[in-house]
Each structure stands twice: as structure tokens, then as C-alpha cells.
Design a protein around this ligand. Structure first.
Ligand code: MN
Length: 199
């Protein structure tokens, strides 16, 4: 069965950018619910023995409950590791070179990525995707869809993702999604993003 992964840091470790109460509810209630509902949805089906990545890559074959909760489980498992205490700053090395080459500068990249999150109507995610040809692309998906899914507009390996559901920021930022994204840059774990870019 799928399991809720442990956080590598305390609930309050991302403060003041992401508050402890939001982290506690987001991880312990929201992500846990995706895991529980995913396990219920795959019970007794072929998906039960598949990895979450495999499920995402074949998502068009599965019912909505698997898409929503499988996506929720994959996305959040990724999201927790894309953040870290005392993180932020800017990427270095090959990832920095690729970002500069693709988006002209790191600041331009941040603006475009934030825009993808801000303009996502309703709930969803902003992504930095490494496509099959090794290129970088910014995209946004609704609900709990992600770039691994065979139904995604921009397909590839997500190397950075920002959760723009209200549950990710509402307690601290209320309706101010742009302020949440601005603060979120301070906790982005670029080491993890670079590792995923190198895969
Ligand atoms: Mn979430």
C-alpha cells in the first residue's frame, strides 16, 4: 500500500515563509487523505502493484479517483523534498546554465514560473519540467495533474513544482497567492532540483 512519507524537517522549519500550522495540516491531513483515498481506489485493481510514477504515466487508463489521489500523492511527496530550511538562493552549475540559456536569466525564469502559478485558475500546480529531449519548460496543471501524466499538455519529468492550491497558503496568506509564491522562493531546495535535472 502507498504510505505517507515522513517530512525531512520539522513543521516549523520553513517559517516565516511557510507556517507550521499550514505544514502540519497540509502534510498530515491533505497528503494523508490522498494516500488513504488512493489506496482505496486501487484496491483489487492492477494499479495496486504499480509504482506511483507508473500510475501517473498511464493515468488515462484509470478512473478519476486514481488520477486525483495518485496525482496528489506523487505531487506532495515531491513537493516536501523540493523545500528545505535555510534554502532558497539560486541554482548553480549545469542547472543554472540551462535556466539562463532557456529563460535568459534566473530572474526572468522566476517571473515566468510565478506567473504560471498566479494565473492557474482554481487549484493546481506550477512546474519546471525537463522534457524528453532534455530541454526545460514551464507549465501549469489543474487539480492534482502533473507533467508525468500521459494527459499533460507539457510532458516530462517535473524537477520543480509549486502547489498553488489554497490549502498550501490560505492560513497565512489568505487570498494573496502572489505573496505566497514570492515567499516560497526562500525555501526552494535547489540541490534537490539540480539532482532531478541531472537524472
Ligand atoms: Mn497541496
Amino acid at each position: 500500500a502507498f504510505e505517507l512519507p515522513k517530512l525531512n524537517y520539522a513543521f516549523n522549519a520553513l517559517e516565516p515563509h511557510i507556517d507550521a500550522r499550514t505544514m502540519e495540516i497540509h502534510h498530515g491531513k491533505h497528503h494523508q487523505a490522498y494516500v488513504t483515498n488512493l489506496n482505496n481506489a486501487v484496491a483489487g485493481t492492477e494499479a495496486e502493484k504499480m509504482s506511483i510514477e507508473e500510475i501517473c504515466k498511464n493515468i488515462s487508463k484509470f478512473p478519476a479517483a486514481v488520477r486525483n489521489n495518485g496525482g496528489g500523492h506523487y505531487n506532495h511527496s515531491l513537493f516536501w523534498n523540493l523545500m528545505a530550511p535555510k534554502a532558497g538562493g539560486a541554482p548553480t552549475g549545469a542547472l543554472a546554465d540551462a535556466i539562463n540559456a532557456t529563460f535568459s536569466s534566473f530572474d526572468e525564469f522566476k517571473t515566468k514560473f510565478a506567473q504560471a502559478g498566479i494565473t492557474r485558475f482554481g487549484s493546481g500546480w506550477a512546474w519546471l519540467v525537463k522534457t524528453a529531449d532534455g530541454k526545460l519548460s514551464i507549465s501549469s496543471t489543474p487539480n492534482q495533474d502533473n507533467p508525468l501524466m500521459d494527459i499533460a499538455e507539457v510532458k516530462g519529468n517535473p524537477i520543480l513544482g509549486c502547489d498553488v492550491w489554497e490549502h498550501a497558503y490560505y492560513l497565512h496568506y489568505q487570498n494573496r497567492r502572489p505573496d505566497y509564491i514570492t515567499a516560497w522562493w526562500n525555501v526552494v531546495n535547489w540541490n534537490e532540483v539540480a539532482k532531478r535535472f541531472a537524472m
